[in-house]
Design a protein around this ligand. Structure first.
Ligand code: PNW
Length: 455
């Protein structure tokens, strides 16, 4: 199974999950600092204070990437390093870190993919209402422009937001992520303002000469239980309707406005049931519908639902009344997430058909309970997860999807949000006591995949 010529191979990380150095060089506080330092929010009381200490070890980490022969590295910028309070003049010492990182990557022959927002909102902006307030979208566009002004001479590939569904619904709906609010109306407003921020930032970046722009979404096929193991299974009408509605909330809510300039009806109805749609102003959809070059797709597992008459909406899914969320009948990772590799091919083909844009898998990977033995990590389970998903990515390409690249999540074991350090997604093991990095078997396997440009 060989991928197209010039297929991009790489790995991804995010600022708060790896950098540490939270008080250095004038960095301000983010909502994840506040959240992780609030008792009971993160497993084990873990915080990102030190994380992988990547802020100090980036030089060695880039060397490691080169040894693994990565062609691309997707990382995110910490907004509070650049603007400690989320607005106003930039902090040159914070930006200088990314300047050094980009130079190291380019010197190593690795293409930088910059994500502007991977969830670490400056706390000062949250204190003013966060993403539930419209003003945050304008602040984001200014910040995006400032980062582009500093790095745009060397970085050509830009992503505005990472997974606005997670930022809005886990942050403001279920409260499992920072800022930990539980308010369905705020979650819906946050989703809209994130999209508005995306559109405003994409326009500013384009005007400033950015070559390639993408929006990164977490997406998945929404399946009924029978469809998980049998793609040709035909669900009953009520189950199909439940799946269709959840698909509107997960995928169409974000990609329809960004790519087509429209909202699915289900989202407007959900807003009507949760505080109204007055936050969606005339002209917003035109602003959100800024041209993008690529859709970034983060895929981990399908979403499985069936009709559940009388069920209240799930806190993470405002608008999901009368739906029952189900566990898939499939083996799981250490996160408890089902392993369904062909969900990826189904997803890529569907997105290609509905949105007609080039795609990139910007995250895919798995947490397992790795053990270090004599300096090695024999993570056969991760190798087989990645192999299964790459096979499906290749099948999607053969069936016509315009897939440009694949980035594994993640380069390093890191701070897995509400799960803390106990969940390890890296292809490189991190011993947090010593900060020693050990490439797992999956990293060496992945290097061979990159060399062969396929399986
Ligand atoms: C993504 N969910 O997060 C993120 O982009 C990464 O930062 C993260 O480490 C990775 O996936 C693994 O979790 C998600 O509960 C977190 O649906 C939670 C969910 C989805 C994605």
């Amino acid at each position: 199974m060989i991928f197209p010529e010039n297929f991009v191979w790489g790995a991804a990380t995010a600022s708060y999950q790896i950098e540490g150095a939270v008080k250095e060089d004038g960095r301000g506080q983010s909502i994840w600092d506040t959240f992780s330092h609030t008792a009971g929010k993160v497993a084990g009381g873990d915080t990102g204070d030190v994380a992988c200490d990547h802020y100090h070890r980036y030089h060695d980490d880039v060397r490691l990437m080169r040894e693994l022969e990565l062609g691309a590295y997707r990382f995110s910028i910490s907004w509070p390093r650049v603007q400690p309070d989320g607005s106003g003049p930039v902090n040159p010492r914070g930006l200088a870190f990314y300047d050094r990182l980009v130079d190291e990557l380019l010197a190593a022959g690795i293409t930088p993919y910059v994500t502007l927002y991977h969830w670490d909102l400056p706390q000062a902006l949250e204190d003013a209402g966060g993403w539930a307030e419209r003003d945050t979208a304008y602040r984001f566009a200014e910040y995006a422009e400032a980062v582009h002004a500093a790095l745009g001479d060397r970085v050509r590939d830009w992503a505005t937001l990472n997974e606005p569904w997670v930022a809005a619904y886990l942050g403001y709906g279920s409260g499992v992520h920072a800022p930990g609010r539980r308010d369905p109306a705020a979650a819906l407003r946050a989703a809209h303002h994130l999209l508005l921020g995306h559109g405003l930032a994409a326009r500013r970046l384009r005007d400033a000469g950015a070559e390639s722009l993408m929006l990164v979404v977490n997406s998945a096929p929404v399946l009924t239980p029978a469809q998980v193991n049998d793609p040709s299974a035909v669900p009953g009408a009520a189950d199909a309707a439940a799946a269709h509605r959840v698909d509107a909330l997960l995928t169409r809510q974000f990609l329809d406005p960004a790519v087509h300039g429209t909202y699915p009806e289900e989202v407007l109805e959900a807003a009507e049931r949760n505080g109204g749609a007055a936050h969606i102003l005339d002209g917003d959809l035109e602003l959100i519908n800024a041209p993008i070059d690529l859709i970034g797709v983060n895929y981990y597992n399908p979403c499985v639902v069936e009709a559940g008459p009388g069920e209240p909406a799930d806190a993470a899914w405002p608008g999901s009344e009368d739906v029952r969320f189900r566990a898939a009948d499939a083996p799981t990772t250490a996160m408890g997430w089902p392993i369904v590799p062909d969900g990826l091919s189904r997803l890529l083909l569907r997105l290609s058909e509905d949105y007609r844009l080039p795609l990139m898998v910007t995250e895919n990977g798995a947490a397992f309970d790795d053990v270090v033995e004599d300096g090695h990590v024999h993570d056969d389970d991760r190798v087989s997860y990645l192999e299964g998903h790459l096979r499906e990515a290749c099948r999607a390409v053969e069936a016509g999807a315009d897939l440009r690249g694949y980035l594994v999540w993640s380069l390093l074991d890191n701070f897995e949000w509400a799960e803390g350090y106990r969940r390890r997604f890296g292809i490189v093991h991190v011993d947090y006591a010593t900060q020693a990095r050990v490439p797992k078997d999956s990293a060496l396997w992945y290097r061979d995949v990159i060399r062969r440009n396929g399986l």
